[in-house]
Design a protein. Structure first.
Length: 277
C-alpha cells in the first residue's frame, strides 16, 4: 500500500511498543524503513518484540524499559533514545483502562489510569518537544486516543478524561509549536480486540468484543488498519494535517459510544466484573 522506504531515515519512539497496537505500528514503520525505540515497563516483552521486528525487517530497534508515569524515567528514556540518534516522531500509545462503575472507583484507581494515559503522554510529549526545540529540529507527535474523546463514555471515566485531555494537548500544542515545525495529530480507534483490550475491557466476552451491529461495518477493527493510518499520519503525505484527531471505528461512534452495552449490565454482571480485577 505504501512506497518502499517511505519512512527510511526516520527514528520513531513508540510508548507501549511491546504489545498490541504499539507492536503493530512498530512492525509497519520498521517494514517501511524507520528505526525504532520501543518502551514499556516489561523488559522481556519489549526485547521479544524488538528482536522479532528486527529479524523480520532488518531495522534497528532499541528496546528501553520505562514507566512513563515517572518523569525521571521518561527523561532517561529520551536521553537514551537520542544517544542512538535524534528521534523524529513520538507515538503516545501506552494507555490504561478499567471498566467499572464510577462510584466504585477510589481516588487511587482514578490516579492509576491518569498517571499513564494523561500524565505519561504529557511527560513524553514535553520531553520530545524540548529536545526538538533546543536542537532546532522538526518533529511529530501521534497520540492514540479514543472516540470517547468525542462522545464521552460512562463506566470508563478515568480513561475518557485522560484521552480528552490528550486531545486538548494535541490541539493546543499544534498551534503553539507550529512555528517550531512540530506537528501533533491523533487517532481515535473504536474496538480493536488486542490482548490488552480483551483482558481489560471485554473479559468474559471473548467471542464477541462488541455487540453485533455496534458499528456500520459490522466487524471490529484490526491492528494493521490502525498501523496504516498511523503510517500515513507520520509520513510527509500528511504534512498539512495538524491538531486533528482522525476516527478509525467503522462508524461506531455515530451509532453509540459503547455505553449502551454497559448500561444494560445487571448488578450480578458488575459484581462479576469487579471480582475479576
Ligand atoms: C464488551 C464490553 C463492551 C464495552 C464497551 C466499552 C468500549 C471501551 C472502549 C475502550 C477503549 C480503550 C481500550 C484500551 O485502553 S485497551 C488497553 C488496555 N490496556 C491496559 O490497560 C494496560 C495497562 N494497564 C495497567 O497498567 C494497569 O491495569 C492499571 C494502570 C490500569 C492498573 O494497574 P496498577 O498496578 O497501577 O493498579 P493497582 O492494581 O495497583 O490498583 C490501583 C487502584 O486501582 C483500583 N482498581 C484496579 N482495578 C480496578 C477495577 N477494575 N475497578 C475499580 N478499581 C480498580 C485498585 O483497587 C487500586 O485502588 P485502591 O488502592 O484504592 O484499592
Ligand atoms: N484496543 C482497542 O480497542 C483500543 C485501544 N486504544 C488505545 O490504544 C493504546 C494501545 O492499546 P492496546 O494495544 O489495545 O493495549 P495494550 O494493553 O497492549 O497496550 C498498552 C501498552 O502500554 C504499555 N504501558 C502501560 N502502562 C505503561 C506505563 N506506565 N509505562 C510504559 N508503558 C506502559 C504496556 O506495556 P507494559 O505493561 O509492559 O508497560 C502495553 O505495551 C492504548 O492507549 C489504548 O487506550 C484506544 C481505543 C481502543
Amino acid at each position: 500500500m505504501f512506497a518502499d522506504g517511505l519512512l527510511a531515515g526516520k527514528r520513531i519512539l513508540i510508548t507501549g511498543g511491546g504489545t498490541g497496537l504499539g507492536a503493530a505500528m512498530a512492525e509497519r514503520f520498521a517494514g517501511l524503513g524507520a528505526s525504532l525505540v520501543l518502551c514499556g515497563r516489561r523488559e522481556e516483552v519489549l526485547r521479544e518484540t524488538g528482536e522479532r521486528i528486527a529479524a523480520a525487517t532488518g531495522a534497528r530497534v532499541d528496546a528501553i524499559r520505562c514507566d512513563i508515569r515517572d518523569p525521571a524515567d521518561v527523561d532517561a528514556l529520551f536521553d537514551a533514545a537520542w544517544a542512538g540518534g535524534p528521534v523524529d516522531s513520538l507515538v503516545n500509545n501506552a494507555g490504561a483502562i478499567f471498566v467499572a462503575r464510577s462510584e466504585h472507583l477510589s481516588h487511587r484507581a482514578f490516579d492509576a489510569v491518569l498517571a499513564t494515559s494523561l500524565h505519561g503522554s504529557i511527560y513524553c510529549t514535553l520531553a520530545a518537544g524540548k529536545r526538538w526545540i533546543a536542537a532546532g529540529r522538526p518533529g511529530s507527535v501521534l497520540s492514540i486516543l479514543s472516540t470517547a474523546a468525542i462522545t464521552g463514555r460512562g463506566f470508563t471515566v478515568p480513561t475518557v478524561v485522560s484521552k480528552t485531555g490528550v486531545l486538548a494537548m494535541t490541539k493546543s500544542l499544534a498551534v503553539e509549536w507550529a512555528s517550531k515545525r512540530i506537528r501533533l495529530v491523533a487517532i481515535a480507534p473504536g474496538t480493536i480486540p488486542t490482548a490488552g483490550f480483551m483482558a481489560k475491557v471485554a473479559a468474559g466476552r471473548e467471542g464477541e468484543p462488541e455487540a453485533p451491529g455496534d458499528n456500520t461495518l459490522e466487524r471490529p477493527g484490526r491492528p494493521d488498519e490502525l498501523a496504516d493510518l498511523a503510517t500515513y499520519l507520520l509520513s510527509p503525505a500528511a504534512d498539512y494535517i495538524n491538531g486533528e484527531m482522525v476516527v478509525l471505528d467503522g462508524g461506531r461512534h455515530l451509532r453509540n459510544s459503547g455505553v449502551e452495552d454497559l448500561l444494560k449490565r445487571s448488578d450480578a454482571e458488575w459484581e462479576a466484573q469487579r471480582a475479576r480485577r
